[in-house]
Design a protein around this ligand. Structure first.
Ligand code: UT7
Length: 322
């Protein structure tokens, strides 16, 4: 058994923050941001109407419509988020309540920007083991809540969004093909702490913002992503030249260009929406898949390698056939 993606959906907050807007907030320029990151604008959620769980519900409803299934058929919901608005219950339980997926078991996971791929492969493992027939997998992020809007090294990068995929069990000769890695020794490259339980939150508030060593994360990404894609191809005898699309976590256009060059694969095979979305962490891969489907670029049999990477450090790659 393997889970086939039969539905995709996404949600983007309506408020757009352009590079020009950021010029008013920190010492930066549209030119610098575009040249160093490829980002032109990002979407910022409304704290009252566009929380991680609310955005996830919207993406989930679109994915369920796209899959043309009854929500009661869903056996499992896994939501990946680094910026969840819920401590308890999990956001996946909110998604369950709001979509009417009353037969699903639900849990959230946090694997930073690798979150969607981690959730996707976890769902695939439930399907392969025969426990689940239909799964809903989501990535949803309000990164804007964790951004220090006075730090030009991070505030220009991030954006808010949610994406969702419905997987359906299908007889198959092949197993789900994936590789996931983590290196917790390098957690100081990118982190944010939850200070709610401490006594003096005012003083500690800066620690709740994303703290990032951008150069280190950049070096990690341009090395680890080509390596893990090669590892995936070797492990499962995939010919990388036969892969149609490489759907990478959208963190920086220069990272994607470097991966394309290091793998010697044309950049046209690396779709991007980073210019309009910025880095939306675990929401980037499912949002981009949704865009590709809407643009008619995902046909029956389209071969994809998806890859995520980020805080942890964590990184992963999956082979997905439509
Ligand atoms: O999901 C994973 C999450 N994170 C990432 O993927 C981040 C990976 N890293 C990056 O994308 C890049 O490292 C950044 C975009 C964050 C930074 O780009 P960079 O080319 O590595 O710049 P830098 O940090 O080396 O800074 C170069 C210069 C510095 O000035 P000096 O010291 O050369 O005078 C910075 O102070 O650019 C300056 N700078 C800026 N200037 C204008 C840093 N941020 C900005 C800014 N606007 N926003």
């Amino acid at each position: 058994m393997i889970g086939k993606i039969v539905g995709l959906g996404s949600y983007l907050p309506s408020k757009v923050l352009t590079n020009k807007d950021l010029e008013e907030m920190v010492e930066t320029s549209d030119e610098w941001i575009v040249e160093r990151t490829g980002i032109r604008e990002r979407h910022i959620s409304d704290p009252y109407t566009e929380s991680v769980s609310q955005m996830a519900v919207n993406a989930a409803k679109e994915a369920i419509r796209d899959a043309a299934i009854d929500p009661e058929e869903i056996d499992l919901i896994i939501l990946a988020s680094t910026t969840s608005n819920m401590v308890i219950p999990s956001c996946s339980c909110v998604v369950q309540r709001e979509t009417g997926a009353k037969n699903a078991m639900c849990f959230d996971l946090n694997s930073a920007c690798t979150g969607f791929l981690t959730a996707y492969n976890t769902a695939q493992s439930f399907i392969e083991a025969g426990h689940v027939k239909t799964a809903l997998v989501l990535g949803s992020e309000c990164t804007s809540n964790y951004v220090d809007w006075t730090d030009r090294g991070t505030c220009i990068l991030f954006g808010d969004a949610a994406g969702a995929a419905v997987l359906r069990a299908q007889e198959s000769d092949r197993k789900n093909m994936f590789v996931l890695h983590a290196d917790g020794r390098r957690s100081d490259c990118l982190y944010a702490e939850n200070m709610k339980q401490r006594k003096d939150p005012e003083e500690l508030i800066p620690k709740t913002f994303f703290q990032m060593d951008g150069k280190e994360v950049f070096k990690f990404a341009v090395t680890a992503v080509p390596q893990i894609i090669k590892e995936l191809c070797t492990k499962f005898s995939i010919d990388k030249d036969e892969v149609d699309l490489f759907v990478l976590h959208q963190a920086n256009r220069r990272i994607i260009e470097a991966v394309s060059k290091r793998l010697d694969i044309p950049l046209e095979k690396f779709p991007m929406n980073i210019d309009r979305m910025g880095n939306t962490s675990s929401a980037s891969v499912p949002s981009l898949l949704t865009e590709l489907k809407k643009a008619g670029r995902l046909k029956e049999g389209t071969k994809i390698i998806a890859s995520g990477f980020g805080a942890g450090l964590t990184w992963g790659a999956s082979y997905i056939e439509f």
